[in-house]
Design a protein around this ligand. Structure first.
Ligand SMILES: [Zn+2]
Ligand SMILES: [Zn+2]
Length: 343
């Protein structure tokens, strides 16, 4: 079957991979949609082969990205083959995969947080993933998609939108609150949608005009270009000098994180979601003196992804409107170039 691999330095190559076979407890999924995640770009697509060994990423320090693994960790498709012992899925089921598998026995796994299993294996990182015609998945990681939830929605929930949903739950915005969102990539745009669905007023900040426009079309009440205006000052102006009730940084940039802390009001909440980049924080003025609650939020659990899928089925959240481009597998080089450009 066709699959792709990263060569480093922004190069992607198609190759002929062995046909995947399911072991006990596994299924084969024919891919219908697979999302590109910011972590694919930052950790796998952009770095040179040498850079990975010179400066191991946070992921690498924990469990190394396995060489030769087919990338892609936002899988959605149709079950085409069942391994022995799989009874709760059938051939033809439409599914998306929670993208992390674990031992299924430890406390983290039993809580659905396979992400924190000490033998964590993620599709596209430590085991073959979604940028291929077919993929082997643990039946336990599959979430059946209701008819009204598209494959694109399902793939989006597997990492990007699931991550934003969990971060929104951590920040817990409510009606009447102002939420400032920094970074409007795939995760941040879903975050705009969820904060609006919670009834909050949303101020969305990103240097790329096309992303701000998209945030506006998804319901953001105000958008700010941080390169031409002081986002923190504007947020104070828009909140009668008090600041945002909740700020969420999806950018992972030092500037985004600092602005998220600085725009939050006294007794406010902040959530850090975006990855990478060192950031120097002055804890007294930026956190302590504001009585600020600061959450770190990383991906989501299986139950939270499932909750999001069920929410999409019963509540018509236009998640797919945040998806700007669709490419067939043969044009994945172009897909990565577009994703890398930020537009
Ligand atoms: Zn991801
Ligand atoms: Zn475990």
């Amino acid at each position: 079957m066709r699959a792709i691999r990263f060569l480093g330095d922004r190069r992607v190559e198609a190759f002929e991979a062995p046909e995947p076979r399911p072991a006990a407890g596994e299924v084969v999924i024919a891919m219908r949609a697979a999302g590109i995640c910011g972590s694919d770009l930052g950790f796998l697509y952009r770095p040179s082969p040498a850079a990975a060994s010179e400066a191991p990423s946070a992921y690498d320090r924990w469990i190394p990205n396995a060489a030769g693994v087919i990338p892609g960790h936002e899988p959605a498709g149709v079950v085409v083959e069942l391994g022995p012992g799989v009874h709760h899925l059938a051939v033809g089921d439409r599914v998306a995969c929670y993208h992390i598998t674990g031992c299924n026995e430890c406390r983290a796994c039993r809580a659905g947080w396979m992400l924190h299993c000490r033998t964590y294996r993620s599709y596209g990182w430590q085991r073959d993933g979604a940028f291929a015609e077919r993929m082997v998945a643990d039946a336990k990681s599959c979430i059946r998609l209701p008819e009204s939830v598209s494959f694109v929605d399902g793939a989006y929930c597997a990492c990007g939108a699931g991550t934003a949903f969990q971060a929104t739950k951590r920040g817990a915005p409510t009606g009447g609150e102002t939420v400032a969102i920094f970074g409007l990539g795939g995760v941040g745009l879903a975050g705009v949608l969820f904060a609006k669905a919670a009834g909050a007023r949303v101020i969305a900040v990103d240097p790329i005009a096309m992303r701000r426009d998209l945030a506006g079309s998804l319901g953001a009440d105000e958008t700010i270009d941080p390169l031409t205006a002081n986002a923190v000052e504007i947020i104070y102006d828009l909140t009668e000098g008090e600041g945002a009730h909740l700020s969420i940084d999806y950018s992972g940039s030092s500037a985004g994180r600092l602005a998220a802390l600085d725009c939050a009001r006294v007794w406010g909440r902040s959530v850090f979601v975006g990855e990478r980049n060192l950031t120097t924080i002055d804890p007294s003025p930026q956190i302590l003196h504001k009585q600020l609650t600061l959450h770190g939020s990383w991906v989501c659990s299986w139950p939270v992804m499932d909750e999001l899928v069920q929410l999409l089925a019963c509540d018509a959240l236009p998640l797919e409107n945040a998806v700007t481009h669709r490419f067939p597998l043969e044009r994945i080089n172009e897909a990565f170039r577009v994703a890398d450009s930020g537009e």
